[in-house]
Design a binder for this molecule. Structure first.
Ligand code: FAD
Length: 385
């Protein structure tokens, strides 16, 4: 059964999708269960993905990237997400919030210094917004960067749940902070390189899903930075981040549709081979209806995700559609994973069955990069509320 919608992909987009499908089958799927149980981020994958040109998909060719469309990125991410949600989560964070602030707002010197190693896969990108006391309310962050008399900045505060910042190949996060520069106050984004004095990372956090994603608490104690570390405008960092976040919503929505496609396939296969009452489960109407609903909603969610991606590629506004895609797809993923486990019965709750992993991974999709409530707030705002 194919769970990919018939969408018009260019030759290049289809080639990236096929490359990702082959890479996932050879290098990811055979190890996914082990990484999940070990709760280890296999960072050795990313330089290999860099050699294949996969670590800078949205970065233009003149900056060393693949210059691929958002649609092509969705098609590729779909393939990795069906194999392993943690790896797909790390990769999408790198491609979107980890790289785009530097691409879109960094100076030529900053792009040369920091974007190049991200695109090659030598380094992993991350963005640090969330704090112990502020997640949904981005403007409520307490981390501060205060301009000193000698022109430097002093960064203090802490962040939590930050993906990709604490691995052996992390570049170091782009950190959103409140800035105080004389009389001027605002929000600025600062690239804090991994070995900067005063910057420390906590142990890898353990959660119900995305076990192989490296997510940590970060602490900044009198971290001294210069204007070279300011990405974009030192007072307009919040709006810059929101621009990257809108793309992150499309990529997280893609994780969600890839998860739904994966669990649909697993549930369908299982329902065809598992016999009860002398017949395969797939012959019972109650099971058929679950599968039919899942397939129908998946098709609708995929259309919305690709629609948001196409709008971005056409240079048109896509904020509302990205929020709608993330909302619809992530809630669908949670429902579908639950039904897929139900179809597997007791086996579905066991770690040997991949459907159990997808079930645990699904919930994070409704929370990361803006909760469902926040997506509804964004959509309602677009409706004029
Ligand atoms: C695995 C993982 C990886 C992550 N990676 C990153 C990362 O790389 N970088 C990063 O910066 N962050 C990251 N996050 C953080 C994530 O973006 C936040 O968890 C998320 O934005 C929610 O923030 P919070 O956890 O502080 O919840 P809160 O903001 O405290 O929200 C708690 C609940 O209240 C609801 N709520 C809040 N405000 C409203 C409102 N106005 N109206 C209605 N309901 C509301 C929320 O929807 C939620 O249900 C990650 C999180 C996870 C779990």
């Amino acid at each position: 059964m194919t769970t990919a919608i018939a969408t018009d992909l260019s030759h290049e987009e289809a080639a990236v999708r096929d490359l990702c499908r082959d890479f996932a089958a050879a290098e990811i799927a055979p190890h996914a269960a082990q990484w999940w149980l070990e709760e280890r981020c296999p960072t050795e994958l990313f330089p290999r993905m860099g050699e294949l040109g996969l670590m800078g998909l949205l970065v233009p060719e003149e900056e060393g990237g693949a210059g691929l469309s958002t649609v092509g990125t969705v098609a590729g991410l779909m393939e990795i997400g069906k194999a392993d949600q943690s790896i797909a989560a790390a990769w999408q964070a790198h491609l979107s919030i980890g790289s785009l602030p530097i691409l879109l707002f960094g100076s030529p010197a900053q792009r040369e210094r920091w974007l190049r190693p991200l695109v090659s896969g030598e380094r992993l990108g991350s963005f640090a917004l969330t704090e112990p006391g502020a997640g949904s309310d981005a403007a409520g962050i307490r981390t501060t960067a205060v301009r000193q008399d000698d022109g430097s900045w002093l960064l203090n505060g802490s962040k939590t749940f930050i993906s990709n910042a604490g691995t052996d190949i992390s570049l170091g996060p782009v950190v959103l902070a409140r800035t105080v520069d004389g009389e001027t106050e605002g929000f600025g984004a600062f690239l804090v390189e991994r070995d900067t004095p005063g910057y420390t990372t906590g142990p890898k956090l353990r959660g119900i899903g995305w076990h192989a994603l490296d997510s940590r608490e970060l602490t900044f104690e009198d971290v001294r930075l210069t204007d070279e570390h300011v990405i974009g405008d030192s007072a307009r960092g919040l709006s810059q981040f929101l621009a990257a976040l809108a793309v992150g919503r499309i990529t997280v929505a893609t994780l969600a549709i890839s998860l739904t496609a994966a669990v649909l396939e697993l549930a369908l296969d299982y329902a065809k081979q598992r016999q009860q009452f002398g017949r395969p489960l797939s012959k019972f109407q109650a099971i058929q209806f679950k599968l039919a609903d899942m397939a129908t909603e998946l098709e609708a969610a995929q259309l919305l995700v690709y629609h948001a991606a196409r709008l971005r590629d056409a240079g048109r506004p896509f904020d509302k559609e990205a929020a709608m895609a993330k909302l619809l797809a992530s809630e669908l993923a949670v429902r579908s994973a639950s039904e897929a486990v139900q179809i597997h019965g007791g086996y579905g709750t066991m770690y040997e069955y991949p459907v159990s992993r997808f079930y645990c991974d699904a919930k994070v999709l409704e929370i990361g990069e803006g909760t469902s409530e926040i997506q509804r707030i964004v959509i309602a705002r677009h409706l004029g509320c």
